[in-house]
Design a binder for this molecule. Structure first.
Ligand code: PLP
Length: 416
């Protein structure tokens, strides 16, 4: 820590000079790592304004602007995703935060059904809560369950089908044979490796028959609902009780921006709200913005979400989803035809899973591709084998970008 301060312009020069070599071009058109997406122009500008205006998005009193934009953007989100209009929308930090809020709402509801007030009495002495979840769930679910005091031992793993989606028959059987009591079923729209989506009509009907709360982790996959060409993949998910989604992934909004949506606004607020005498505006009949997330003081991140939705319109969101899916199929066709490269799972959404023959060659090819720098894709282990993951989620990616990237991948395969 330097003793003396510095002129602001010099500070920024120092920062940019120092970090520029370490920046990742994740907003660029040939970045295919982690389902990141870039940032739409209007969203980037709105986010800069959110920083400059420095609004505290706590509630209607701390910033009417932030609270009202959350309301409008929330209504648009439900519209474009085909979610029930009365649902509550919390503007969370990301999928992790949104999963935690959704599962907190579920924890509240299933324990209330059993006559237990978890917010007052905690979990010590509470009836045990079981969480039935896909063995291929995202790792953030486990962390949410740890933080909520349910623990990962509460998870009853449900086998997945070959594509990574939950096996609905196995789910049905496990609901039948489970220990009776409070139960949450955790489903997924968009497996992070294959893009596979769970069979929502079958899974949700079975879960609700057993009075379970259904939470859907749809960090990126929920956006499939925005296009008629992919809508069938997530059909029926609107019958769930809570949903987690990210705006900073497929909607192409800057970090950090997640969505915690709940079909039961009163349960949502009861699970995560709090009040204090000085927080004027609290205790109203309608939950305020911060009653739906884990933070109190917050950036007005809904400005960027609103701006992205306004820039695109329903048609534009659908186009974005369709374009990414079409480009993923273009990757699949070109790589399938190339020597030494294999696409492992059929492309159903925007994820492409690639194999280069064996684990050693796959890791070598990924290393060569990343060193080449034409594009970036990451490694994973899927079903015990090393694979390369290509995620097409940026709004700037074109067919030419895919073709250039395919050539780089084929060259990397040849060098491995
Ligand atoms: C990315 C992702 C998450 C975590 O979201 P963050 O925004 O990184 O917190 C959770 N689930 C799925 C399926 C994801 O793809």
């Amino acid at each position: 820590m330097p003793v003396n301060g510095l002129d602001p312009a010099a500070v920024i020069d120092e920062l940019t000079t120092a970090i520029e070599p370490c920046l990742v071009a994740s907003a660029g058109p040939r970045y295919f790592g982690f389902v990141t997406g870039g940032s739409l122009d209007a969203a980037t500008a709105a986010d800069l304004l959110a920083v400059g205006w420095d609004q505290n998005a706590f509630n209607l009193v701390s910033s009417p602007a932030a609270a009202l934009v959350e309301e409008v953007a929330g209504a648009w989100l439900k519209d474009v995703l085909g979610l029930p209009a009365p649902a509550s929308v919390g503007f969370a930090t990301g999928g992790q935060g949104a999963n935690t809020v959704g599962l907190a709402a579920g924890r509240h509801a299933v324990l209330a059904q059993a006559g237990w007030d978890v917010e007052r009495d905690g979990l010590i002495g509470a009836p045990p809560v079981q969480v039935l979840a896909n063995e291929e769930r995202h790792a953030t679910i486990d962390r949410s369950l740890r933080l909520l005091g349910l623990g990962t031992a509460a998870i009853v793993e449900v086998p997945a089908r070959a594509d990574g989606a939950i096996d609905p028959d196995a789910l049905g059987a496990q609901l039948e044979s489970r220990r009776p009591g409070p139960t949450i079923v955790c489903l997924q729209a968009g497996n992070v490796t294959t893009g596979a989506c769970d069979d929502f009509p079958a899974a949700i009907a079975a879960a609700h028959r057993h009075d379970a709360w259904v939470h859907v982790d749809g960090a990126f996959g929920l956006w499939a609902a925005a296009s008629p060409t992919t809508r069938a993949l997530v059909e029926g998910m609107e019958a769930a009780d809570s949903w987690a989604c990210d705006a900073h992934k497929w909607l192409n909004v800057p970090y950090d921006s997640g969505l915690a949506i709940c079909a039961h606004p009163e349960v949502h607020a009861e699970a995560v709200s709090y009040t204090a005498a000085y927080l004027v505006g609290q205790g109203a009949t309608v939950p305020s913005a911060s009653d739906l997330v884990l933070e109190s003081s917050r950036r007005a991140r809904a400005f960027a979400v609103w701006a992205a939705l306004r820039q695109l319109g329903c048609r534009g969101v659908a186009d974005l989803v369709e374009r990414c899916c079409a480009l993923a199929l273009r990757f699949e066709a070109a790589l399938q035809a190339a020597p030494g490269v294999d696409v492992v799972a059929p492309v159903v959404l925007n994820q492409v899973l690639v194999d280069f023959g064996d684990d050693v060659r796959t890791d070598r090819a990924i290393g060569a591709l990343q060193a080449d720098g034409t594009c970036w894709a990451g490694a994973t282990t899927w079903r015990g084998r090393r694979r390369m993951r290509i995620s097409v989620s940026g709004w700037t990616t074109t067919e030419a970008d895919v073709d250039r990237s395919v050539a780089a991948i084929v060259a990397a395969a040849a060098s491995a």
